[in-house]
Design a protein around this ligand. Structure first.
Ligand code: GAL
Ligand code: MG
Length: 1000
């Protein structure tokens, strides 16, 4: 028996219409409710037991017994390719339709936008074709199969197949039809493909257009005289050409190829001269030796004076293709949009329109928290608008061709795209890429992507897929693609993985994933760099993460040969899950009973599943700002344009000078008309003649002057800050206070505990944080609990009171028996405040700590939080470039960051003081003598560490305040480098001083 198609890697599809980029308007939509049943195996036959299901839709998200399953590298079932599990959910989708009256005599094609992972299509019980490649469409011509009146369409979708082995991307496994299904009609002779790739000559003003139209001639071969018209509007006079058709039988009889023809060809090819007679005969000889392709028309155009397309300025031009019958009737009209841009690699630089563009990129999956992978145009637009609003200029379509609307939006909104083929054999890293059974799949997936997406100006680079080793199958695909589209560079991480400087056939870019800053800078200095270095993935955004993003960009912007990269990744893939008790949560691996699974590794986005930006997004926004402001002294500023193509007139700024958080001067500024990379020096009108004492900062906020496709007028693009005077100094030093006039209240009890009416319990030394995903996966959390930092025993050694000062010495013994000598000098101040000077001696064994500081629990009720420090968003020592020093307010509840899997959060770096007040204005204020890392939430570290989902996190009524003298950076160790050495905490003596005071 022949192996079934779902277990035949050699079979990539059967009976499919070749992939193309012709839009079709004459459609019959088939989205909506279909009859459905889910079988346990592909061999099973449907019973009479139908239910309804929505198309597009994944059955794993529509109440069937087959649920979502999350794995990263590992396969969801055992075996070697192409072994399949016995249980192989297979959905049978059925519906009827009636072709529109006007379709009589037309060519009719069934379009299935995507199916995971194999589709077998039948009409009226007759099989019409098979498709694989879960993230690209399959089309089947059904012209001759249509019955008059009602027709029955059956789509059988098999979940697990040979293709599963090369669709092993790190995401949820689903089954179903995630994209639209429709029929379209054309005339029998039709537009089979349109190629319109816009380029730009070196002058950056003359556009080039490589255009080709393939006329589908039908099997019988049409009569000659069909023609194609290309209308470029004002850009170019219309083009019109007849589609060549050759009757090879007759033509060769009439004018046979002679040996003399070959001689003449060889003479010409070698550069020899021909007689005048031979020269005159040449066109005919040429035609006989290489007749034109049937139905294919090509043009090469030069179009002076075009506006280039770029992410900053995405100018598109309409192009209309009309197919005319021999009697001149327009039988098909297709509208596409083109853009003119120039992509080239020169030396170590990727140049776009001649500019060495930084790719401020994001990896993005097609994801929706409810549907799984069914994404609407609105949802995709919202994704891209958000990316634009946060300064991103590039997207990698990790790890497969996205919904086709995505590229229309990228063209329109302006995003550079690395378009990636649907190939990932991660579990079989280095084997399938050399497996001949999979060779066709490699080439087919790469080719079909390029055939679909070639006309999009946003696509600047092709990617051969992700994490599939490097083998001959890659080179086969690369070879095809280089020939098919020489206009774009190739990108494939697997090809450069072990040698960034090697001579790679399959990648024109060194595109490593998760390299350290040191390694990329080192590579540029190694003398072995031969390609631009653009990280295909970096800064893994899992949980509270993206530490050292600023340092990556410092390195990129100061090192020739580095051009940016793509953050991993845009969204947390948390799926909405209703629990038996009616609560809803963001589900991750294992939450559906899926085994094996990779837990919350699927939650590694810079936005929550519902697209709300996480704090790290603000960090990116600052780093990607189109403008830089530098204070030159007093009222002089230097404004630099950090864009690549535009001036700054689309922006206006307001500036303000604040001292200790109080605004003392403010003014307005217009975005200067300076070119990319240029700067200008300006005087700020309204600068204060003198500044009051205190910490002063100048902040500029840049907003759009007019509405854009992705932002309303007045929308804030970035907020930038520079220190003026006295910054980082002790803001409210207690040392300067007068001696107490009346005897102070006792601040320390007999047992050595601090007492104050605002305290719910005695403040303690804290050396531990609830592990972040980076801490946990990077192995630090294990080390810390090995040392017992999460289990401290505070043993008071001595309490000694001299005047208003009580000195308390405590041995803090960790769970593993190491002792930290902890000394506190507590001063009771006249106004009832207490001032605490702390010293902790961290022993040599503790080589890496998450924090050194004080944890204070305040009595419930003081819910309003104000602080003077970085904000307004969560900041950490290695992720605080976006933090503006100022006075910020929020509630204790909102100060926390609800990462889906709870972990350390809510911190603010460089805090000078914080105040917590109740509705009646009463409250407490905490001052730090040296700015420190602070948080104030309703969560204890142990509870954060214990909870697996945000909805299960214990909230305490007390307010848990951490005042840290030092706090470890976040790094990105869940997948990539840990933080930099300067953000690590080790042994030694730590000192910090704080004051607690009731208000008012
Ligand atoms: C990369 C991979 C991504 C994702 C990421 C970790 O290795 O390409 O798909 O798995 O790591 O989240
Ligand atoms: Mg992977």
């Amino acid at each position: 028996m022949i192996t079934p198609p779902w277990r035949s890697p050699e079979l990539t599809g059967l009976g499919r219409v070749p992939m193309h980029s012709v839009p079709h308007d004459d459609r019959l939509p088939l989205d909506g409710t279909w009859r459905f049943q889910l079988l346990a195996t592909p061999e099973a036959e449907p019973s009479g037991d139908w239910r309804d299901i929505e198309v597009p839709g994944l059955w794993t998200r529509q109440d069937t017994w087959d649920l979502p399953h999350y794995t990263n590298v590992q396969m969801p079932f055992p075996g070697l390719a192409p072994t399949l599990p016995e249980m192989n959910p297979t959905g049978v989708y059925e519906r009827t339709f009636t072709a529109p009256d006007g379709w009589a005599g037309r060519r009719v094609v069934l379009h299935v936008g995507a199916a995971e992972s194999v589709i077998i299509a039948s009409i009226n019980g007759e099989r019409i074709g098979i498709g694989k490649d879960s993230h690209l469409a399959s089309e089947f011509e059904i012209t001759d199969r249509l019955a008059p009146g009602s027709n029955t369409l059956t789509l059988r979708v098999v979940k697990w197949s040979d293709a599963t082995y090369i669709e092993d991307q790190d995401q949820w496994w689903h089954g179903g039809i995630p994209r639209s299904v429709y029929l379209y009609a054309t005339s029998p002779v039709h537009l089979a493909d349109i190629r319109a790739i816009g380029g730009l000559e070196a002058d950056l003003r003359t556009g080039t257009l490589e255009a080709a139209v393939q006329v589908g001639l039908g099997s019988a071969g049409p009569e000659p005289g069909w023609s194609v018209e290309v209308d470029l509007g004002a850009l170019h006079p219309p083009l019109r050409e007849e589609a060549p058709v050759i009757d090879r039988y007759r033509e060769s009889l009439e004018a046979p190829v002679t040996p003399r023809d070959f001689e003449i060809m060889a003479t010409r090819a070698m550069g020899g001269s021909l007689s005048a007679e031979e020269e005159a005969a040449w066109p005919g000889i040429r035609w006989r030796l290489a007749p034109p392709s049937d139905g294919l028309i090509r043009w090469q155009l030069r179009i002076p004076g075009v506006h280039p397309w770029s992410a900053e300025s995405p100018t598109l031009y309409p192009l209309t293709v009309t197919l005319r019958s021999p009697d001149g009737e327009a039988v098909e009209v297709a509208n596409v949009r083109i853009g003119f841009r120039r992509v080239e690699i020169r030396g170590l630089d990727l140049l776009i329109n001649g500019a060495r563009v930084y790719l401020r990129g994001m990896n993005r999956h097609d994801f929706d928290p409810i549907t799984g992978r069914v994404v609407s145009a609105d949802s995709m637009r919202a994704d891209l608008v958000l990316l634009k609003q946060f300064g991103f200029n590039a997207v990698r379509t990790s790890h497969y061709p996205n919904d086709p609307v995505f590229l229309d939006l990228a063209d329109e909104l302006g995003l550079f795209v690395v378009a990636e083929a649907d190939i990932e054999s991660h579990a079989f890293w280095d084997t399938l890429c050399d497996d001949p059974r999979y060779r066709s799949a490699w080439v087919d997936r790469v080719a079909r992507m390029a055939e679909r997406d070639k006309n999009h100006p946003s696509v600047i680079i092709w990617s051969l897929g992700n994490e599939s080793g490097y083998g001959a199958n890659h080179d086969a695909a690369a070879g095809w693609l280089r020939r098919y589209d020489p206009s774009r560079p190739l990108h494939y991480e697997g090809a450069i993985k072990f040698d960034w400087g090697g001579d790679q056939r399959a990648s024109d870019i060194a595109c490593p994933m998760y390299p350290s800053i040191g390694s990329i800078v080192g590579h540029t200095r190694s003398g072995t760099q031969i390609q631009p270095l653009i990280m295909c993935e970096y800064s893994h955004a899992m949980g509270n993460s993206n530490g050292t993003l600023a340092e990556y960009w410092d390195a990129i912007e100061s090192t020739p040969g580095l051009q940016g990269g793509f953050i991993w990744e845009f969204r947390d893939h948390g799926l909405v899950q209703e629990l038996p008790d009616g609560r809803r949560r963001w589900a991750y691996g294992g939450d559906f009973g899926d085994t094996p699974n990779d837990g919350n590794f699927v939650l590694d986005g810079m936005v929550w599943p519902d697209r709300r930006p996480k704090p790290a997004m603000w960090e990116a926004r600052t780093l990607f700002a189109p403008v830089a402001v530098q204070l030159l002294g007093d009222d002089r500023v230097r404004i630099a344009n950090r864009q690549h193509f535009s001036d700054l007139t689309w922006l206006a700024a307001s500036w303000e000078v604040a001292v200790d958080g109080e605004i003392v001067a403010a003014g307005q500024l217009d975005g200067p008309a300076i070119g990319p990379g240029e700067h200008v020096e300006l005087t700020l009108e309204g600068w204060p003649t003198t500044l009051p004492d205190g910490e002063a900062f100048i902040t500029t906020r840049w907003t759009t002057v007019r509405e854009l496709a992705w932002a309303p007028a007045g929308f804030e693009i970035c907020a930038l800050q520079a220190p003026l005077q006295g910054s980082q100094a002790a803001p409210d030093s207690q040392a300067a206070r007068p001696e107490p006039a009346r005897p102070p209240a006792a601040a320390v009890d007999e047992a050595g505990n601090l007492v104050h009416p605002a305290l719910a319990s005695a403040p303690l030394l804290s050396l531990w944080r609830a592990p972040t995903d980076n801490d946990r996966i990077g192995g630090m959390a294990k080390r810390w609990s090995g040392w017992g930092l999460d289990r401290l025993d505070h043993r008071v050694v001595s309490v000694e009171a001299v005047g208003p000062i009580t000195s308390v010495i405590t041995d803090v013994v960790t769970g593993s028996g190491l002792t930290v000598r902890h000394e506190r000098r507590v001063t009771a101040l006249s106004d009832g405040a207490i001032r605490v000077e702390e010293t902790a001696l961290i022993p040599d064994e503790l080589t890496d700590l998450p924090r050194v500081g004080t944890v204070i629990e305040l009595v419930p009720g003081v819910e309003e939080l104000e602080w003077f420090g970085t904000g307004p968003h969560e900041t950490y020592p290695d992720r605080r470039r976006s933090g503006l020093v100022g006075r910020w307010r929020t509630s204790v509840t909102d100060a926390a960051t609800p990462y889906v899997r709870p972990q350390e959060n809510g911190g603010r770096a460089a805090v000078r003081w914080l105040a917590l007040t109740a509705a009646d204005g009463r409250g407490v204020r905490l001052d730090l003598e040296v700015p420190g890392q602070v948080s104030a939430t309703h969560h204890r570290a142990a509870d954060l560490a214990a909870a697996t989902h945000d909805i299960d996190l214990v909230e305490v009524p007390e307010i848990v305040v951490h005042l840290d003298a030092a706090h470890r950076g976040l790094g990105t160790a869940s997948c990539g480098p840990d933080t930099l050495p300067e953000y690590l905490l080790g042994p030694g003596t730590y000192r910090w001083t704080w004051t607690l005071r009731s208000m008012p």
